[in-house]
Ligand binder design. Sequence first.
Ligand code: F6R
Length: 627
Amino acid sequence: MCGIIGYVGHHDPKGILLDGLKRLEYRGYDSAGIAVLEENKVEVFRSEGRLHRLEEKLGNRRFQGHVGVGHTRWATHGAPTEVNAHPHRVGSITLVHNGIIENYLEHKETLLKLGRKIASDTDTEIVAHLFDIEVSKGQTLHQAVLNVLPKLKGSYAFVILNDKEPNLLIGVRNGAPLLAGIGKDESFVASDVQAILSRTNQIIYLNENQFAVCRREGVEVFEANGKKLSPEVKTIHWTPEQMEKAGYRHYMLKEIHEQSRALTNTIESHIDQAQGKICLAGIDSAKSKLKNIGRVSIVACGTARHAGLVGKDYIERFAHIPVDVDYGSEFRYRDPILAPGTLLLVISQSGETADTLAALREGKNRGVLTLAICNVRDSTIAREADHVLYTNAGPEIGVASTKAFTTQLAMVFMFAVEFGLINKTLSEDAAKSLTSDLLKLPTLVDKALTLESAIETIAQELQHHTFFFYMGRGIHFPISLEGALKLKEISYLHAEGYAAGELKHGPIALIDRNTVIIVLAPKDRETKFDAGGHLASLSQTLHEKTMSNLQEVKSRGGKIWTVGGESEAGTAFDTESDYFTAIPNSTWSLNPILLSIPMQLFAYHVALQRGTDVDKPRNLAKSVTVE
Ligand code: F6R
C-alpha cells in the first residue's frame, strides 16, 4: 500500500513530488524517496523513516530537470531500510512500485544466472531489471512495458522512467490503484488523487491492465495488449483545502469534529426534505431487483465491517431480510454461497481495499447484484459495483477512520429504510419517522462533541491501564468492537470489544483491578414493526441485562466507565460506575452513531497522552491495497 507519484512538465519536480508524498504518506511511511531526471542522468535520494528525513537529506537542493518520480513505502518484501526504499534504479531504468510481484523469486533466479547484481531484498528491483533488459536491447519504454507485463504475476502499480526517453513517464496499473492527472503543459501519475489535487483536478482513472503514457503534452492510455483507449477525463470536486488540518493538531481530531457536517452532507444529499423522504438515486435503477432479494451479504474490512454489523441490524429490522457480515479477507476463500437473490453489499471508505474489492469481484463473477457504500468517488470499488451509494464525508486523511464510519452508518440506515419500503415491511409513516429522526442527528452529534473535555480528563486518568474491555449488547455491540479498534490502533493499548452477555463465557477471566471496562449502555429500546410495517412495541430488556453485566465486572475489581444516555444520569449506570458520560438522548437506532463520538475522543486523548503518532500509527496504512 505504498504511495507513488510521477511528474513530467516544466517545473522543478522536487516540491511537487514532496508535496504529493506528504499527502500520500497515509499509505505507508517507513521510508521514502524521489528521483529526478537531470540532463539525461537520474539522481536518486532515499531515506529510511518518515518523509521529513528525506526532506532533510534534500535540503535546499534545486533541480534543472522537469521529470521525476516519488515513493512512500509500507514494506512488504524487504525491511524498511534505505537500500530497500524506492525509487529503484537499474541501468537506465528508475522505478517506483506499489503492490506485490508474486513471481519475483523465479525472475530473480534467472537474473542472477544472467550475472545481474541485485542490491535490495525487494520484488521491485527485479521488475526494474526486467525493464532494463528490454531497453538495453534498444526497445522503447512503451515497447518494454508491453513485453514485461505478461511476465509479471501479482497485483501492482508502478511508474517507470527511462533516462534515454526524457519527457516520458509510464504508469502501469494491475491490481493496485493508479490514476493520471492532466495539467497545463504537465502530466502526473499517482496512487491517489489527493497527491496531485493542488495541481490539477482533471483525472483519468486507470482500470486494471492499463497503462498511461504521460508526457508534458498530455496523457495517452493503453491496454496491456497495446490497444489505445479513449479514456474519460473526470473533474474532481474535492478541494485541496479540505485536505488541510484547518488549525487542528491532527487530522483525526479535525475529522472527529467535522462529523456533524459530514453527516449533514451525507444525509441531506439523500433526503428530499420537502417530502421528508429518503431518495437514493444510486439505487433507483435497482429497485425492481431489490424486490427479489432474499438475502444480503455484507463484506468489508476493519471499521467498515463494524458499520456492516450495525447495518445488519438495520436491514433485518426494517427490511426483514436475513443479513450476514463477513471479513473481506475471509469471504472469497470459503467458497461463499451466493445464490440468486443475494445482494452483495460492500462497504469501503477508500473504495480501494484489496480484500473488499476481491469480494466484490467474486460476487460479480457469480452474477449476484452488487452495491457499494463508498466515500471516494470513482474509486475502483465505486466503479466496479453495479450500484453505488456515496457517503459525502469529504476526504478522510487520519489513518483511524472516524467520519467515514459514522457516515457509513447513516448511509446503511437510509438504505435499510428504503429497502424496508421496497419490501413493504416498513410503512410510509414509520419510514417518515425514522427519516425525521435521522435529520436531527447532526445537531445531536454536535452536542456529543461538547463532551470532549470531560472525556479528555477520563482519558488522562485511565491511560496507564494496560487492558481495556469494551462491552455492549445488540446494536451497541459493534460499537464496542469499533471503540476497541480505535484505541488499539492509535494508542497501542490492548483493547477488546465484546458482546456483554458473552463475558461470562470466558473473557471475564481477564478482568482484574488493572482492567478498564467501558460499558455502552444507552437505553436500547427494542423497536418492532408489525406486519403492516407500523411501530408495534418498545421494550427495554437489554438495558437491564447490561446492568447485570456491569455488576459482574464491578465485583471483579475492574474500573468502569459507562457511556449511557442522558436519562441514565443519576441511575445505577451512573452511580455504580467510576466514570459516567451521557450522550444526548436519541432513538435506539441512532445511538450507535452517537456512541461512536466518545469512543473516538477517548482513543484520541489516550493516544495523545501516550505520545503516539495519532495520524500515522505504527505499522498501519490508510488504504490497504495488498491482501
Ligand atoms: C480503522 C480503519 C480500517 C479501515 C479498513 C477498511 O480505523 O480505518 O480498519 O476501516 O482498512 O478500509 P476501507 O473502508 O477504505 O475499505
